[in-house]
Ligand binder design. Structure first.
Ligand code: SME
Length: 178
C-alpha cells in the first residue's frame, strides 16, 4: 500500500517515530513519581513543547495543552489542572464542550474545526481545532479527567495524534495515584 503513495511511508514513519520518542521521554519523567499534579504538569509541558518543535507538525502549531481533572467538590465537573498556554476556562461540566463530551463518553474526541462542534467552549479565540483524550483510572476505567490539546489551524490532528496521545495519557494514569 505505502509504496503506491510517494512519501506516505516517510510521513507514517516520522509521526510514529515522534510519538515513540515522546513516549520514551514521558516514561522518564514519570519514573518513580505518583503525584497526579506533578505528573500532569510535567507531561503537559513535555507534550506542548514537543508538538510545537517537531518538524512532523509543520504548519499545524498547537496553542494550548493541558489537563482538566475531576473536581472532588463538584461531582460531574472538571476543574482546570496543569496546562501550557493562555489562561483557560476553569470548570467544565460532563457532557459540555469537547472536554465534557470526552469525559462523559470516556472516548477521545478529534475536532477538525471547532466552529462546527455544537457547544464548543471557546477559552482562546485562536483555537481552531482540538483533540481531547480521557484520563481513565487503570482497572476501573473510571474517568478521572481529560487531556486537551488545541491548535490555531483547522484540521491539525489525525488518528496518529489520537493513538499517540492516548498512549501517553495512559502512561500518566498508570503512573499516578487518584
Ligand atoms: N475548548 C474546550 C474547552 C477547554 S479550552 O480549549 C482550553 C471545550 O470545548 O471543551
Amino acid at each position: 500500500m505505502s509504496s503506491f503513495i510517494p512519501g506516505f511511508n516517510d510521513t507514517l514513519n516520522s509521526k510514529a517515530q515522534f510519538y515513540l520518542e515522546l513516549a520514551g521521554q514521558c516514561a522518564a519523567l514519570l519514573q518513580g513519581q505518583r503525584n497526579l499534579v506533578t505528573n500532569t504538569a510535567n507531561v503537559s509541558s513535555l507534550v506542548y513543547h514537543s508538538l510545537l518543535e517537531t518538524p512532523t507538525r509543520e504548519g499545524k502549531p498547537v496553542n494550548w495543552a493541558g489537563f482538566y481533572l475531576l473536581d472532588p467538590k463538584q461531582p460531574g465537573t472538571l476543574a482546570l489542572g496543569p496546562f501550557q498556554g493562555k489562561p483557560a476556562c476553569t470548570h467544565i461540566a460532563f457532557g459540555k464542550g469537547v472536554c465534557g463530551t470526552a469525559a462523559s463518553t470516556a472516548e477521545s474526541v478529534v475536532v477538525k474545526d471547532v466552529s462546527e462542534f455544537p457547544g464548543h467552549i471557546s477559552c482562546d479565540a485562536a483555537s481552531k481545532s482540538e483533540i481531547v483524550v480521557p484520563l481513565k483510572a487503570p482497572g476501573s476505567g473510571a474517568v478521572q479527567g481529560v487531556f486537551d490539546v488545541d491548535a490555531s489551524v483547522v484540521d491539525a490532528f489525525d488518528d496518529f495524534d489520537r493513538i499517540g496521545l492516548e498512549a501517553i495519557v495512559g502512561m500518566v494514569a498508570e503512573a499516578s495515584d487518584f
